[in-house]
Write a protein that binds this ligand. Structure first.
Ligand code: SF4
Length: 448
């Protein structure tokens, strides 16, 4: 059960020394109770108090790490049911499934398809992060391990769908260092599966025939000391799966029942049953509604473009503008004599404009000033992208580094041309196009 500020305050050292960044121990306690600070920020807390408080003040949902190196991902750690209440913190990760009953050709074809979806959008890499390797009925350890080894060759984090402890043990022997998830514990095998997962140091996926059974199995695993879990909430039908995903999250966040305070796996292969369109819609649904890992038959560009765009929107912190750092961004091998363009620090604007500039092939320096992370017209209307702000940024940051004295401003703020010229003696200010897509032609015409 979460503690309130007064309960936390009773356990603080009451020195009011401000070392935690708060003016008093009471202010610190209030922030910890709201989840805005971690109890470890106070260096004077006794170990007994830390032990007592760290569990009670921890987020209602555990943060679970899977994978290693560049393939390490964080799941869970959520504190709200709805993104607008605060923010979601750990984005949904997508897995493409392989099965032991696939032919070698089918496996090769799927492994060749997975890396094809790999692109960047607003600074974020969009690709299939996980491969789900399913052990079908009748497969033995040798067959499953061979498939796991093949999948591991793709250098993605694996999720092993296997409920046989002996087969799982053999498969983990070849991939445990990459910290896969072992998804396969249930009411009848959880003790053996937990032992296998714990020995390999990997996260264990738990399922149940219904939520009551899932709850009891998780409680038993916790009692046995395993809290490194994800919950497979996939049911027999879409309706049941959706209800499971929502009820588990509500129990964790709203009712603060930590037995259900774990990330979730939703296996669309089981409920979309080969219907690609259904799979695409369900992937969107479970991205918004609580799938930490969503398992799919495939991820083509047609699915990815919509899905990753949705994910980026859902998992972007609404309290923080999407900004890039102010500065000079040389494009196409630009040097100090290359043309200077300027725009705002809103990330979407930056990536759209820089993409078009790259496409033009013309060497140029894109300069970005601090415009509050707003779009061109919004920042202009708010006074954050004005003649004064642009001129002072150019004088302070650009003039010492760039010799060219031609500055292209966005066409939407053509009205600023005279003001900037008056404030930037020696500069020729050129009004650029209103839309980024027109930049390629604009730059080529300028060169001609
Ligand atoms: S660092 Fe600890 S003792 Fe000092 S003010 Fe913060 S909570 Fe109180």
């Amino acid at each position: 059960m979460a503690l309130n500020g007064i309960q936390i305050f009773k356990m603080t050292p009451k020195k009011n020394c401000k070392e935690c960044g708060c003016p008093t121990c009471m202010a610190f306690s209030m922030k910890v109770a709201q989840g805005a600070m971690d109890i470890s920020a106070c260096p004077h807390m006794s170990q007994d108090a830390l032990d007592a408080l760290s569990e009670a003040t921890a987020p209602p949902m555990k943060t679970i790490k899977i994978g290693v190196g560049e393939n390490e991902y964080t799941l869970g750690g959520e504190t709200v049911l709805f993104r607008h209440e605060k923010t979601f913190v750990s984005k949904t990760r997508y897995a493409v499934a392989l099965y032991t009953d696939m032919s070698d050709e089918e496996v090769e074809a799927k492994l060749a398809e997975i890396p094809k979806v790999d692109y960047e959008r607003i600074g974020e890499r969009m690709h299939v992060e996980l491969v789900y390797v399913n052990c079908g009925e009748g497969a033995d350890a040798a067959k499953y391990t061979a498939l796991v080894e093949k999948a591991a060759g793709l250098n993605r984090t694996l999720v092993l769908g296997c409920s046989d402890p002996e087969i799982a043990k053999a498969a983990l022997a070849v991939c445990k260092d990459s910290k896969p998830v072992l998804n396969g514990a249930n009411a009848s095998n959880y003790e053996a599966m937990s032992a296998v997962a714990t020995e390999a140091g990997v996260v264990l996926g738990v399922s149940g025939k219904d939520l009551n059974e899932l709850y009891d199995t998780v409680a038993a695993l916790e009692k046995a000391g395993n809290k490194n879990l994800v919950l497979d909430v996939t049911g027999e039908t879409v309706k049941e799966t959706f209800a499971n995903a929502v009820l588990v999250r509500r129990a964790a966040i709203q009712d603060e029942d930590r037995t259900f305070g774990y990330p979730s796996i939703v296996n669309l292969v089981k409920i979309a049953k080969g219907d690609k369109f259904m799979q695409a819609s369900l992937a969107s649904l479970f991205t918004a509604k609580y799938g930490s890992i969503v398992v799919m038959e495939e991820m083509t560009y047609a699915e990815a473009l919509a899905l990753y765009g949705l994910r980026q929107n859902v998992f972007t912190d609404p309290q923080k503008p999407m900004k890039v750092e102010p500065g000079i961004y040389p494009i196409n091998g630009a040097d100090e004599n290359s043309l200077v363009l300027t725009t705002v620090d809103f990330a979407l604007t930056y990536f759209v404009v820089s993409g078009e500039l790259e496409r033009s092939g013309v060497p140029c320096n894109l300069t970005i000033s601090d415009a509050g992370g707003l779009s061109v017209l919004t920042s202009w209307a708010a006074g954050k992208f004005s003649g004064s702000t642009i001129a002072s940024f150019i004088q302070e940051q650009v003039e010492p580094k760039v010799k060219c004295r031609k500055l292209v401003i966005p066409g939407k703020v053509a009205v600023l041309k005279g003001d900037i010229e008056a404030k930037l003696p020696g500069w020729e200010v050129i009004v650029g196009p209103r839309e980024a897509v027109q930049l390629v032609k604009f730059l080529k015409d300028m060169k001609a």
